[in-house]
Design a protein around this ligand. Structure first.
Ligand SMILES: Cc1cc2nc3c(=O)[nH]c(=O)nc-3n(C[C@H](O)[C@H](O)[C@H](O)COP(=O)(O)OP(=O)(O)OC[C@H]3O[C@@H](n4cnc5c(N)ncnc54)[C@H](O)[C@@H]3O)c2cc1C
Length: 423
């Protein structure tokens, strides 16, 4: 079969890894110029791999397959680097933290994690790329942004600015950054969308390492969620001990994110605090909602920048004019002292404030007055797409709406490939 794979991220890696050396002729179209410089994504930044039934996507992936995915990535490192990967359990029930969070109303999220670090990811990607490109049935086409995929007469027509070809099958794996292509395909074929009206909006929270030292030593990646009085589910996400806060760049706005390398790069720990917002009819534009909030933050910050505020000022609805003991790790040209309450909808601001107050009941330093909030952090989700409608058009990974992590996206790709005859 002649197959087009659109986008080369985690899901494509999983799919292709199963088809190397088979009789299928596989063409990969990636808009970036090479394997390293693709758009924002966890396979190029941070690289935390999780094994969990409680997070990572809305599809059932056996733990054995998740473990296989983690082994697949980590096996690409040299032995000593592999041995140095930070790993552990987020919330073993034996942990004293489990009870402490639980009794404050938090739900501790269980997962096993492996942190590769931004600096090690290029080595892994290079190895994977070398292995794939050596196979005679795999063909890479970089700097090729696919603009449309059209299903006609049982075949898939793949089009870009200066290229057009017909394939037996198209596998779309463009992640969340490929939303323009997905929009085009589903606008022409609305029944492809099964459901989806969710966006997570919140802040990046930054505290000095020493206040969470015990927590970081015990589990490195602590994940808890709690139903706030507002009814919103609030959760921690992407904990970065000794990490840095960074901007996440979109074409028309910026949001905030965080990452860490395999060696400590700061004296602070940052993590996201996110509220899941789901909408009902007639509203159907969660991406628009999240983007507008992010843009409002940028307007108040005076351009492609985010606002930063101390926790005390946030609770008192006062613009921060002077920072306390916690020094921001985000580059000073990328943020402005301000009042996050002018940006976040009241229901989200109240939920975050309650969440941080309760975190402080578990680990006192988590609600110190001079801890920092950066706004806004947004997690967009793709609509859930129908993979049964066409035999020759499949969506894998985050663009399918069923995954939101490296492990799940890669496993999703592997599962599709394993349904093939000679895979
Ligand atoms: C900053 C950041 C950090 C993250 N950190 C983690 C983490 O530590 N752990 C974790 O589990 N998850 C993390 N994630 C989430 C994780 O990256 C994704 O869930 C996962 O990569 C999804 O895999 P994918 O293959 O669906 O998409 P991606 O890995 O995003 O790959 C999609 C690819 O498609 C390409 N593409 C897009 N549009 C087109 C087009 N029209 N034509 C051709 N190519 C196109 C893109 O350039 C990209 O290379 C992070 C995400 C971000 C943004």
């Amino acid at each position: 079969m002649k197959i087009a794979v659109v986008g080369f991220g985690a899901a494509a890696i999983g799919f292709i890894s199963e088809l190397v050396g088979t009789s299928h002729e596989i063409h990969i179209f990636e808009r970036s110029k090479d394997v390293y410089s693709a758009s924002i994504s966890g396979v190029r930044s941070d690289g935390k791999l999780f094994i969990s039934n409680d997070m990572g996507g809305d599809i059932e992936i056996p733990l054995s397959l998740q473990k296989e995915v983690v082994d697949y990535y980590t096996s690409k490192l040299e032995r000593d680097e592999r041995n140095n990967i930070k790993r552990g359990l987020s919330f073993s029930e034996e942990s004293p933290f489990f009870d402490r969070f639980y009794s404050e109303g938090f739900e501790p999220v269980k997962s096993e994690f492996f942190h590769i670090g931004t600096d090690k990811l290029p080595v892994i990607l290079k190895k994977i790329y070398d292995e794939f490109s050596k196979a005679s049935n795999i063909h890479f086409h970089f700097s090729t942004r696919v603009d449309d995929v059209i299903i006609q007469n049982g075949k898939a027509k793949v089009k870009s600015e200066n290229f057009e070809d017909i394939f037996d099958m198209a596998v779309i794996s463009v992640g969340r950054s490929g939303h323009v292509l997905i929009k085009k395909i589903v606008e022409r074929d609305p029944p492809l969308v099964l459901s989806g009206n969710v966006v997570d909006v919140g802040v990046r929270y930054e505290v000095p390492n020493h206040v969470v030292k015990e927590l970081n030593e015990e589990m490195y990646e602590f994940k808890v969620r709690m139903r706030a009085k507002t009814g919103y589910m609030v959760r921690t996400f992407c904990n970065n001990p000794s990490g840095k806060v960074v901007l996440e760049e979109y074409d028309d706005f910026v949001t905030v994110n965080g990452h860490s390398t395999s060696v400590a790069s700061s004296e602070n720990t940052n993590f996201a605090i996110l509220c899941s917002t789901s909408f009902t009819e007639p509203f159907n534009d969660p991406i628009g909602y999240g983007s507008y909030i992010a843009k409002l933050g940028n307007i108040l910050a005076g351009g492609r920048k985010v606002l930063v505020q101390t926790y005390e000022d946030f609770v008192n609805c006062k613009r921060t004019k002077k920072l306390g003991r916690v020094k921001p790790t985000l580059n000073e040209n990328s943020c402005v002292l301000g009042d996050v309450n002018l940006v976040l909808p009241r229901r989200i601001a109240l939920s975050i404030s309650e969440f941080v107050r309760k975190l402080g009941n578990v680990v006192e330093g988590l609600s110190y007055p001079d801890n920092l909030l950066y706004a806004v952090e947004v997690k967009f989700y793709s609509n859930k797409l129908n993979n049964e409608k066409y035999e020759n058009l499949k969506f894998i990974g985050d663009c399918s709406g069923y995954t939101r992590s490296i492990t799940y996206a890669t496993a999703h790709g592997k599962m599709l490939a394993r349904n093939f005859g000679d895979a």
